[in-house]
Design a binder for this molecule. Structure first.
Ligand SMILES: [Zn+2]
Length: 342
């Protein structure tokens, strides 16, 4: 029998160091049940994808997740070519276009239904012309406006940070229009074998009502400003009630292609095949200028870092593609040397 040799009076213990803060970088090692290959997963990994044999496994995050069924890769590439042939700018170059890569990713969104009611008091200026002819003068008056309204709506919110550059906003717009009947519980979904990654959720469903409230109220406020031509909002009250929240994984395809030494990309919604964002060359004599090009290259590093952080668990290949697209996006902002189409 084990005998304790510890003194009866416990010695003062050194203070225990606080536990390390929970970090997303914690990597668990998982062995592929199909081929035995090591797979690295993080706590937010939703679907384990074995890049060696294509094995996929959904991990229940503790809340219901739905999937939008994806069109297959061949169908998206067919749409890519069809689109290129129809575009009068691109059509003459179709023979020179070469697809470099087609990346297929599932991205997390929350779809929420809400009721909103609001009341506001604002100010706007009104200009009037007094008198006529030589005596005419313009008088500017500040007047108060007030109003109220209500609406019911649906909003799609990215379930993850740092994915803005990929056409996420446009994908969100597409998700807002989906028929709920097409949502498939993730547990029952037949995961395709060629997925590059399934990005997990950063936010939990319980955090969504507050986000819906903030986004919807801000949007309504902006709309009132614009519609009523306000110069100032004196008071704004907005009550937003979230009626339902659904976690959804939506597919997105990014086709990267080569043309005349440049690399460009188009993002497609994976469930309905619509084009989300296109970063295309502009066929003019003045392409991107050297200085602006250099500036864009410098910021490309930052974009790459942000995107790499967003896709940590994603297999290494897509990081350069995403950062490349991020770079094009910045370049577009800087000089407009790349056509940015929606
Ligand atoms: Zn495997």
């Amino acid at each position: 029998m084990y005998k304790s040799t510890a003194p009866s009076t416990p010695l003062p213990q050194p203070p225990t160091p606080p536990p390390p803060p929970p970090e997303e970088e914690i990597v668990e090692h998982f062995e592929c049940p199909n081929c035995g290959a090591p797979i690295e997963i993080t706590p937010d990994t939703l679907v384990i994808v074995c890049k060696y044999c294509g094995y996929t496994e959904f991990r229940d995050p503790g809340y219901e997740v739905y999937v939008l069924k994806a069109l297959d890769k061949a169908e998206i590439e067919r749409r890519f070519w069809e689109r290129m042939k129809k575009d009068p700018d691109m059509a003459p170059h179709v023979g020179d276009i070469q697809i470099v890569d087609t990346t297929f990713i599932y991205t997390p969104f929350y779809l929420a239904d809400y009721d909103a009611e609001w009341y506001y008091i604002g100010e706007k200026t009104k200009t009037e012309v007094h008198g006529s002819g030589k005596n005419a003068r313009v008088v500017t008056k500040v007047i108060k406006v007030r109003g109220s309204g209500s609406e019911s709506g649906r909003i799609a919110i990215p379930g993850r940070r740092y994915v803005e550059e990929l056409g996420m906003k446009e994908l969100g717009d597409a998700i807002e229009q989906v028929d709920e009947k097409t949502l498939i519980p993730a547990k029952e979904y037949n995961w395709e074998k060629y997925i590059e990654a399934v990005l997990g959720f950063d936010y939990e469903p319980r955090e969504i009502p507050q986000m819906v409230k903030d986004i919807v109220a801000e949007e309504i406020k902006r709309r009132i400003y614009k519609e009523k031509n306000l110069t100032k909002m004196l008071a704004f009250l907005c009550r937003v009630k979230t009626k339902s929240v659904r976690a959804i994984l939506a597919p997105i395809y990014v086709i990267t292609y080569k043309l005349k030494g440049g690399i460009y990309g188009i993002a497609f919604s994976g469930f309905d095949g619509r084009q989300l964002v296109a970063m295309e060359p502009v066929f003019t004599k003045h392409m991107i200028e050297y200085t602006a090009g250099a500036a864009a290259l410098a910021s490309l590093g930052a974009a790459a870092a942000a995107l790499a952080a967003a896709v940590q668990e994603v297999h290494i290949l897509i990081v350069p593609i995403l950062s490349l697209l991020g770079g094009f996006y910045l370049m577009h902002k800087a000089v407009g040397g790349v056509r940015f189409e929606r």
